[in-house]
Design a protein around this ligand. Structure first.
Ligand SMILES: Nc1ncnc2c1ncn2[C@@H]1O[C@H](COP(=O)(O)OP(=O)(O)OP(=O)(O)O)[C@@H](O)[C@H]1O
Length: 259
């Protein structure tokens, strides 16, 4: 898929990230310009951290990160117009008591009046066959419905890049199929974190992370078979290596008191 040449994408130069005093991402030098990019990796490999870094929600410990030439961490206003993020858990995203308020919020942040923002939100709800949702309480929506609401809130802001963290998690099969079709038709750049290699078969590029580093970067035909084979090998003798070793140091036994 081709994107407009005016969109120059993310550039990372030797970026590292520390959380809680330990290194979570290191040595990342990447230029991300493709329209469909997937991020694969085991639990704790750093996928969500990379997405949060790209979104400007956390700062690199070292190195440089830009999106279309701006620093998304320092220049939040410019970043807001360029990218949207769909979190894995919609409860981390929804701020307002009603659907219409939730949908209008991002548009207000972009400078629309309250009346304009609500009108745009109502038009979108009607187009999606959900006009009757406008005054519904967000707390009464199911997990999948909340997920849908978050995605619509992001799409209404029309960002050039959308960051998606496990977009299919918690959705029933019809909702997954519908969302998949919807995402495939979007003109935006999509960067998707997932545990499901099959969902990335049509991606332009896949980054495989392990231990906070990129272990393979390439098209699905190269990365997916290598990733799947490595996961099959690990499945036989699995242990979660991503957490620091919490084993207490061996204690020195007191010398015996015998004379
Ligand atoms: N706030 C934090 N403070 C300290 N360590 C953190 C913090 N957030 C994440 N980590 C650590 O960073 C590493 C990467 O976490 P991250 O959430 O990016 O992994 P992930 O690949 O998205 O995992 P999963 O597939 O389980 O969602 C993990 O080892 C995790 O324990």
């Amino acid at each position: 898929m081709q994107l407009s040449a005016a969109i120059s994408g993310f550039r990372l130069t030797d970026v590292s990230v520390e959380l809680g005093g330990r290194s979570v991402l290191s040595g990342l030098s990447l230029t991300l310009t493709e329209a469909r990019i997937g991020i694969l990796g085991r639990n704790g490999s750093g996928k969500t951290t990379l997405l949060r870094l790209l979104a400007g929600l956390i700062a690199p410990k070292a190195g440089q990160l830009t999106l279309d030439g701006i620093d998304p961490f320092r220049d939040r206003k410019a970043a807001l117009g360029r990218l949207g993020i769909l979190f894995q858990n919609p409860d981390h995203q929804i701020l307002f008591p009603t659907v219409i308020e939730e949908l209008a919020f991002g548009l207000r942040q972009q400078g629309r009046t309250e009346a304009e923002a609500r009108a745009i939100a109502r038009t979108r709800l009607a187009a999606e066959g959900r006009a009757h949702w406008a005054e519904a309480a967000t707390a009464t929506l199911s997990q999948g419905q909340r997920h849908w609401l978050c995605l619509q809130a992001v799409l209404l802001m029309e960002p050039g890049t959308i960051l998606l963290d496990e977009p299919f998690a918690g959705l029933d099969l019809p909702s997954q199929i519908r969302l998949s079709r919807h995402l495939a038709a979007l003109p935006q750049r999509l960067i998707t974190v997932t545990h499901d290699p099959a969902s990335l078969s049509a991606a332009d590029r896949i980054l495989w992370l392990d231990g906070g580093r990129v272990v393979q970067d390439g098209p699905p035909a190269a990365v997916l078979p290598a990733f799947t084979a490595a996961m099959d090998r690990l499945a036989a003798a699995d242990r979660d290596a991503a957490l620091p070793d919490m084993t207490p140091p061996a204690t020195t036994q007191p010398a015996s008191q015998t004379d």
